[in-house]
Design a protein around this ligand. Structure first.
Ligand code: 5GP
Length: 175
């Protein structure tokens, strides 16, 4: 693999954990359609795999949020770049997020979506960096807790690169 990338979570571990999460999610929800909302762009691959691991009817939608630009740390400013296509009023909604870092993006999104009166609103995050949290958010489903490293692959980018890697890697600064 290219210099500067250190393997953190291999593909097989990611896929095994997603199968567990899918089973858990399918059990936890009552009858009816589960509305999966993927956060663009980083969560697209996780959403595709998670949706197929949940053996029950689901609907898929995407919401676009930007807070990072092309750098490695949050600007603290969150903006909606693409809204949902459909109403979520009265629906069971599960937000599907790639990684939770400060929690700022997610707490903004939870606030926006709660105002639309879904029946339930929870979060599934593939990766969680708890040591970096500044905004408290409740994560119902977490794939892996990771240390404070900037990670790429499996949908996650650095300056729009690396999204198509099958594993998750820590991006290391050149020494
Ligand atoms: P937060 O608002 O929780 O600080 O940041 C959440 C968003 O920042 C994630 O959805 C993701 O887009 C981006 N982000 C946070 N940490 C990382 C990371 O380690 N790697 C990448 N590629 N993006 C990250």
């Amino acid at each position: 693999m290219a210099a500067g990338l250190r393997l953190l979570i291999p593909e097989e571990k990611i896929q095994a954990r997603i199968r567990e999460l899918g089973r858990q999610i399918a059990q936890d929800y009552p009858e009816g359609v589960l509305y999966l909302v993927g956060i663009l762009k980083g969560a697209w691959i996780f959403l595709a795999d998670l949706a197929r691991a949940i053996e029950r009817p689901v609907r898929i939608d995407f919401i676009g949020i930007s807070s990072y630009g092309t750098g490695k740390s949050t600007s603290g400013e969150v903006k909606l770049t693409k809204d949902l296509d459909c109403s979520i009023e009265g629906e069971d909604v599960l937000i599907v997020e790639d990684i939770v870092d400060s929690g700022v993006t997610l707490s903004y999104l939870l606030h926006v979506l709660a105002q639309r009166k879904p029946r339930s609103l929870r979060v599934a995050a593939l990766l969680d960096k708890p040591s970096r949290r500044t905004a408290a958010v409740d994560l119902a489903y977490v794939g892996f807790q990771i240390p404070d490293a900037f990670v790429v692959g499996y949908g996650l980018d650095y300056a729009e690169q690396y999204r198509n890697l099958r594993d998750v890697y820590a991006l290391e600064e050149p020494s």
